[in-house]
Ligand binder design. Sequence first.
Ligand SMILES: [Zn+2]
Length: 419
Amino acid sequence: MRVFFILLILFSCQSTNKSSNEKKVLLISIDGLRPEFYLNKKYPALTLQKLAQENFAVKEMIPVFPSVTYPNHTTIITGVTPDQHGILSNTIFNWNDGPTTEWYWDHKYINVKTLNMILEEKGFETASIHWPVTLNANISYLIPEIFALKGWYEGTTWDLVRKYDSNNIVDEINREKNLSEFKNQKQSDAWATEAAIYLLNKKKPKLTLLHLTNLDKSQHQSGRESLKTYKSLKNIDEHIRSIYKHIDQNTCMMILGDHGFIDFKETVNINKLFFDRDWIRVKNSGEMVSWKVIAHKSGGQAAVYIKDKTLEAEVKALLIKNQKLGYNYVSRSELDKLGAYPEAFAAISAKEGFNIGSKVDSTLTVKYETVGGQHGHLPSHQKMQTGLIAVNCDLENKISKNKIKNTEIFNLILNFLNI
Ligand SMILES: [Zn+2]
């Protein structure tokens, strides 16, 4: 009898180890994914709708503030808010130069362990395709997100991606899949889809991250309900269908987004308020000379920094008084609760229909004839909510289908992988 129990224990341990060893996760981020795309049949997203109906899907997932791409992608793979992981916005602010146009490409800016780091340290291989803030990361199959910016990096996006990939994986994928250089975001998504399929089948990483971006671009350019947005959605939906064919029973596929979108027809150039009070000085060329108070904007929000502490009360009064221009004032104590901008004095978040700009050589507000799309706003804004569809992830009865936070994804993945 005792022998039988010992054998039973041994057998069950082995089978648990075996099945947990086979478990894998594919995390697909569709930039700008709104839950209605898969909840409402009016949208051209048949695959997403079918997957949502037959598997696990939430009505909304709450992003972190600011609801822009880089902080949220980093929260998804670290489980913490920006004040802890260190990716405060898309681009970097520093006290000497003020707002810069340099993006948080490099993983060195992340202060905590990512899912990739945890798994690679345990001896598993992971893959990442165009996921933000992965440049120079220790990832077995790394194709980072990096694009050319005038004055910062030379060459095209394609050259940069090849320059910073791991073990020439980009060339290997092109050779094996007979692919070539991508030249725009739509082509980049198609390429990334094929790359993900190749890595899933040939390398079988424990975790694969994939970031698809063209739906974000379309919504920025033409708003939430444009023909262009619908076409991009349909195209991305087809990519998901292609990938889904390669998913086995042991692979948890999570499809999620980083933020929603609002439409706007007016921009508030918040730094103009400070420029008019001589708190920002610029040369005739537009180059900044000095600043005392400045807003670092990204999307429909901005963090406000003050060098001269004696101005704090005046700045607060000025920002509160001007909310009627089209934004809400976000106080320091609210930022603490949100886990955002630890060094900022305050922030602003655009109201429905508005965007935030930072020009000083312009009027305070600018109206447009056509609709554009934006995000970045407070996570409490209903239209900033994003989505999550989970296939084979065993989430039933573990989390709410109504509302979850994107800070929860990290632990859900580790729990699924039994780590
Ligand atoms: Zn995004």
